[in-house]
Every structure is written in structure tokens, then in C-alpha cells.
Design a protein around this ligand. Structure first.
Ligand code: PBG
Length: 343
């Protein structure tokens, strides 16, 4: 598709322009040569759900293509993630019994801790095994923390449980813990608990800038959430920007190894802002609603699915995210291999 034959002159333009930006877009090789942002499988993290006691994977109707795994299908997915060269595998547990304090999160035989053990035994150090560290999947009221006697989410009582969960998850083999509950001080208590238990190398990927978003909708089905109401007393107001810098600073002071912005696509400005200020790697989470919107539009034939997915992930990278959590990770990695001649 070269525009001009070797040795033959350019067509004379009829307008005298000082510069023509289209020159750097003339051919695939030129475009590849000057491309600024790349997406590599090692930058992608696949979030997965595992359901307690499930014999078979179960479909999640609001997230076509995503399932609640059985322990067996989870191990299979982890092996596949390793083969595709993904960077990480973030596990969310879906327990069958819930209680007021979410005791299944800490319990050694809780579904998430069991899954961490099983996956770690399967993949060793070939991929980063990550654990969602939050109570909402395990509490009967669906909140990310325990409630006080007036029904409010009790920050400091919750921290004590997060500290115990951190040690339990590290013991189960998680390389990286992802505290997603937006309690004040969560990174600090987790870091201290890990260090005191001797897990100095277990990392914390802090959900530093997490907004109270309507786009978490499908996730509620994915984890069979029992939440009524919202999380506006702990997650950030979508209207706020400056507050994100405060959250970032606090998490860094508390020892965050990596920080996250979530959601991603409606918050690319915040990804950029955090990336410009963070001395540690920045992650962004393309969440359930963002996934489902693309799936729905593609299923209707309204957008080119592959191109739209790749564009969305590249845009998150361009905004400044070093790594991206996405339910499209496996597929995106396959496409990368295809396009880069990796068998
Ligand atoms: C809380 C948590 C949520 C998600 C990840 N961790 C739900 C929430 O905050 O309401 C959402 C992820 C997604 O929507 O894909 N444990």
C-alpha cells in the first residue's frame, strides 16, 4: 500500500502546506513505527469469579462470556492465563453462606482462600496471583465493611478484619492483595499485618481512587450481591477530582506498592492525573458495566467488537495506566499473539 513508487516523484499538492501530518500515517509500517502506546499481555490482569461448591461454571447473564467458575474450571482458566502470558489473575470469591461480619473472607477454608491455594499450586510463580480483599461478597448485607449498631459501615472495626484477611490471603499464596473496600487506613493496617506475620514480599495493589459508580451493576450479579442501597459513604463521588490526590497520597504514605483508578473508561482524566503524580505503577480497572456495554453494542452489530475492545484498552494505557484489569484480558492477549506472530 505504498503511496509512491520507489524513485518516482510525489504527486504535486495543489495547496502549499508547511507540514502534512498524514505523512506519518501513510502505511501500516509507518504507523507502527511512530505508535506511542502499546498493549502487552504482561500488562493485563484478568478478574475471575469462583463460586463455592460449584461443579460446573455458571453463566452470568449480565456479563456474557464471563462465568462463576468451579474450582476445576478456575484452575483451567489460570493455566490458560499463564500460557497467554497475562500479568495477573485477580480472584473474587462467591460464597454460599454469608454472615454479618463476612467471616468467610478470613476463614482458611473460605472459598477465596481455597481458590488462592488451588491456583497458586497450579501456577506457582508463572503469573501474579491476586486476591480481592473486601468483605462485600461475604457479608449478608453486602457492604464492604461491618455495620455498627446504627447500621453504618464501621471503618475501624472493618480494618481489624481486613488485617486478618490479609494474613489469611498471604498464607493461601496470594502474591498481591487488592483491598477494594475504600475504608480509611486500609492499606496501612494491611501492610503492618503482613509485615508482622513475615509476609514482607506480599504486595498491595491499592484501590486508591475508586468511585461510587453505576457501572458496577453487572458485578452485583456476578457475585450474587445482597446489597440494597449504595456505597456512597465510602466510595468517591464521581464529581470529585481533587480528592483523588488526597487518596493517592494517603495510600502511598501507608505503603501501597501499586495504585488503581476505578472505573476506567469514564475516568480517563483521573487515570492521567494519578499517572502524572504517582511514583508507583498505576493500574486501571475496566469494570463490569464497561465490559457489558461493549458486549451489548457488539452483539447488536453496532460496533466492531475486536476493534472497540482493543481501542478501549489502548486508550486506558494511553491515559497513563501501566496495567489494566479487564474481563477481555484473555482475548486481548490472544489477539496480541496473533498480531505479533507468537504461536
Ligand atoms: C468490591 C468490588 C466491586 C468491584 C470490584 N470490587 C464492587 C463494588 O465496589 O460495588 C466491581 C468490579 C466490576 O464492576 O467489575 N469488592
Amino acid at each position: 500500500t505504498a503511496q509512491n513508487q520507489a524513485g518516482s516523484p510525489e504527486t504535486r499538492g495543489s495547496v502549499d502546506l508547511p507540514y502534512r501530518p498524514r505523512r506519518l500515517r501513510t502505511s501500516p509500517i509507518m504507523r507502527a513505527h511512530v505508535r506511542e502506546t502499546h498493549l502487552h499481555p504482561s500488562q493485563l490482569i484478568l478478574p475471575v469469579f469462583v463460586r463455592e461448591g460449584a461443579q460446573e461454571p455458571r453463566a452470568i447473564s449480565s456479563m456474557p462470556g464471563v462465568v462463576q467458575h468451579s474450582m476445576d474450571s478456575l484452575k483451567h482458566a489460570a493455566t490458560e492465563a499463564v500460557e497467554l502470558g497475562l500479568g495477573g489473575f485477580m480472584i473474587f470469591g462467591v460464597p454460599t453462606t454469608l454472615d454479618a461480619t463476612g467471616s468467610g473472607l478470613v476463614a482458611e477454608d473460605g472459598v477465596l482462600n481455597q481458590a488462592l491455594r488451588a491456583v497458586r499450586a497450579e501456577v506457582g510463580d508463572d503469573i501474579l496471583v491476586m486476591a480481592d480483599l473486601c468483605l462485600d461478597e461475604f457479608t449478608d448485607h453486602g457492604h464492604c465493611g461491618v455495620l455498627d449498631d446504627r447500621g453504618r459501615v464501621d471503618n475501624d472495626a472493618t480494618l481489624a478484619l481486613y488485617a486478618q484477611a490479609a494474613v489469611a490471603q498471604a498464607e493461601a499464596g496470594a502474591h498481591v492483595l487488592g483491598p477494594s473496600g475504600m475504608m480509611d487506613g486500609q492499606v496501612g493496617v494491611i501492610r503492618t499485618a503482613l509485615d508482622e506475620a513475615g509476609f514482607i514480599d506480599t504486595s498491595v495493589l491499592a484501590y486508591s481512587v475508586k468511585y461510587a459508580s453505576a457501572f458496577y451493576g453487572p458485578f452485583r450479579e456476578a457475585v450474587d450481591s445482597s446489597l440494597t442501597g449504595d456505597r456512597k459513604t465510602y466510595q468517591m463521588d464521581p464529581a470529585n477530582r481533587r480528592e483523588a490526590m488526597r487518596e493517592l497520597e494517603l495510600d502511598l504514605d501507608e505503603g501501597a506498592d501499586m495504585v488503581m483508578v476505578k472505573p476506567a473508561m469514564s475516568y480517563l482524566d483521573m487515570v492521567r492525573e494519578v499517572a502524572d503524580h504517582s511514583p508507583v505503577p498505576v493500574s486501571a480497572y475496566q469494570i463490569s458495566g464497561e465490559y457489558s456495554m461493549i458486549q451489548a453494542a457488539a452483539a447488536n452489530g453496532w460496533i466492531d467488537r475486536r476493534a472497540a475492545i482493543q481501542e478501549s484498552l489502548l486508550s486506558i494505557r494511553r491515559a497513563g495506566a501501566d496495567t489494566v484489569l479487564t474481563y477481555f484480558a484473555t482475548e486481548a492477549a490472544r489477539w496480541w499473539r496473533e498480531e505479533n506472530g507468537v504461536a
